[in-house]
Design a protein around this ligand. Structure first.
Ligand code: SAT
Ligand code: MN
Length: 603
């Protein structure tokens, strides 16, 4: 939405539609944070944690029905259905506008309407984009303070002609009904009916009925990925569901790595990796989203458009991710974790033994014998990136960082080796297009079922996934091959016959990064296999891990028959994209089958 001051008109239109009792322009200041947090504590919708143990930190308990993104209520309303593609829920834009008009009409009655100007990326970055979120949830405003750069500077930029994305959010729970009667408030207002709606052509976002994370913090998945991917397509850049890190080798050389994994597959852990190999260092830049564009020298540069972490709490501990634990020492909002007797937080995996007298995420007394978990499996912490002990000093750099490698990963018990290098960029795009993963708790659905998750973007691509693959191919075609980052597929989750993970993961993933760096430096050869370049087992550093030759064999095994079966499934999957499937993707699949048929497996 361009045009000077157009936001004033838009704000007043939304106020006319939603009829709030009051309108507040937010500025992202500490005073604003303190006032909103105190107000929510007084109202009983936030619990202030023990000031000595967890200063300036709060616990929110959501409505039990509002605990995750709602993908089946998420819509892409492009003019033509085929522009949303077979992987998105398309809805007719004019019909959806009528529905939204009805839903939002009077939806903020009795509530305060907050206008939150925000930047994705450092305000001065050429890669930054601006948005304004209107919301009737003070909880959303508090979270946005941590996740985004909330500042009135954005309004001056818009006044100066910068584009911006209008984003409207309502929990859909007015405090005054249409007859004027007052309704009781609850500690987590929301609506049974939810709509998370994107209009890619006009770059608008409308979200109704949920107060939870990715449904309500509209700078995150809605703007940075769904609308961002459309902006990227039109402007020649990439909006990706990727963590971003700087890796420093013992030789003191820096490498920047972006890695795509589906939600709740350990992106935060990898972004804050504590290397187990001496001399290696990891600095964190982002754990969820990367915006990648071509720099003046032709290399791809990335920024993290976000300013905070919205991480999964369960499983996070001093052992699995000490940096995350240190990051959330203060100034943190927790959602749906358990509360300890002394006003601190707990979740499954934080300690081996749960403290006595916990209160679970629903607010009920809990002990180790309870049948349900104390913290919801998708409970979260929201905290500023600046508090991360491993934060890269360049995380705020307007220029971003030059990418050396891109990793694609899923959660695969079978088939996919620990690491495999793509043959070239186009083969890397094929790898990205074909990754799949087991369903996690971050989205609703049956946990454990295998789902295709191309580029980890399945729920986040704002246009036809086939066109998105074409866009990736075009970025490669317009860049000299030696300037492009190298592409790898990784899988920490392969299991043996006994159903146990073969690979220790976490800090030991440094060994995979070490091999990747050795490949970038041309220090090791790879073994050509049907699915790409594998490490020579003798050159892959597993010193001290005590992994048997059988386990190593299983970690890197390429079972030709199983891969041929998988190729069949890929063909079926690709067929869904019809004319939108790039010819290059079919050619890549043919190439894979040919190599499998020739019996190419690693020596
Ligand atoms: O989309 S959320 O922000 O709620 C978290 C995720 O799924 O990555
Ligand atoms: Mn994510």
């Amino acid at each position: 939405m361009p045009a000077q001051n157009s936001y004033l008109r838009w704000v007043s239109e939304i106020a006319t539609l939603t009829q709030p009792s009051e309108l507040v322009w937010c500025d992202g200041s500490d005073a604003e944070w303190n006032a909103l947090a105190s107000m929510m504590v007084e109202q009983g919708s936030l619990i202030r944690l023990n000031e000595a143990k967890r200063p300036n930190s709060f616990l929110a308990r959501s409505h039990p029905s509002d605990v995750a993104r709602v993908e089946d209520r998420t819509y892409i309303c492009s003019e033509r259905a085929e522009d949303a593609g077979p992987t998105n829920n398309w809805a007719n834009p004019s019909e959806m506008r009528r529905t939204l008009d009805e839903k939002f009409s009077g939806s903020m009655r009795g509530r305060v309407m907050y206008v939150v100007p925000f930047a994705m990326g450092p305000v001065d970055s050429p890669q930054a984009r601006f948005g304004i979120e209107i919301t009737d949830s003070p909880f959303v405003v508090l979270n946005m303070h941590l996740m985004n750069r909330v500042t009135r500077d954005v309004l001056s930029r818009i006044d100066d002609g910068a584009d911006w994305v209008p984003a409207v959010h309502s929990v859909g729970s007015p405090l005054i009904d249409s007859s004027g009667a007052t309704l009781a408030d609850t500690s987590w207002p929301c609506n049974d009916e939810k709509y998370i709606v994107h209009f890619p052509e006009t770059r608008e976002i409308w979200s109704f009925g949920s107060g939870y994370g990715g449904n309500a913090l509209l700078g995150k998945k809605c703007m940075s990925l769904r609308i961002g991917s459309v902006l990227g397509r039109d402007e020649g850049w990439l909006a990706e569901h990727m963590l971003l890190m700087k890796l420093t080798s013992p030789a003191g050389k820096n490498y920047h790595v972006a890695a795509a994994f589906p939600s709740a597959c350990g992106k935060t852990n990898l972004a804050m990796l504590r290397p187990t190999l001496p001399g290696w260092k990891v600095a964190t830049i982002g754990d969820d989203i990367a915006w990648i564009s071509k720099g003046p020298n032709g290399r791809l540069r990335a920024i993290n458009p976000e300013a905070g972490f919205f991480g999964v709490a369960p499983g996070t501990s001093l052992k699995t991710n000490a940096a995350a634990i240190e990051t959330m020492r203060a100034n943190t909002i927790f959602t749906n974790v358990a509360l300890t007797e002394d006003g601190d937080v707990w979740w499954e995996g934080l300690t081996n033994v749960p403290p006595a007298n916990l209160t679970d995420w629903r607010g009920e007394a809990w002990n180790a014998a309870s049948a349900t978990p104390a913290a919801h499996p998708n409970s979260r912490f929201t905290v500023s990136l600046a508090q991360c002990p491993t934060i890269d000093p360049d995380w705020n750099s307007p220029q971003g960082v030059e990418l050396d490698a891109i990793l694609f990963g899923g959660r695969r018990a079978t088939n996919v080796p620990l690491v495999v290098e793509s043959r070239d960029w186009n083969h890397g795009v094929f790898m990205g297009a074909t990754i799949s993963s087991e369903q996690t708790a971050a989205a609703e659905g049956e946990v454990g079922a295998l789902r295709r998750d191309p580029f980890a973007m399945l729920p986040f691509c704002g246009y036809n996934m086939g066109d998105y693959w074409q866009h990736w191919l075009a970025i490669g075609a317009s860049t000299a091959p030696e300037l492009l980052p190298r592409v790898f597929q990784v899988n920490w989750f392969r299991k043996g016959q006994d159903g146990k993970f073969l690979w220790p993961g976490f800090g030991e993933n440094t060994r995979v990064l070490e091999w990747i760096v050795a490949r970038l430096e041309g220090e090791v050869a790879s073994v050509d296999s049907a699915i790409g370049g594998l490490p020579m087992i003798s050159e892959f550093n597993v010193a001290g891990l005590g992994l048997s030759p059988e386990v190593m064999g299983q970690l890197f095994d390429v079972d030709l028959d199983r891969w041929l079966d998988e190729a069949e499934l890929t063909e079926e999957y690709f067929a869904r994209f019809g004319d939108h499937l790039p010819a290059e993707m079919s050619a890549q699949l043919d190439g894979l089958r040919m190599r499998l048929g020739r019996g190419e497996r690693a020596a």
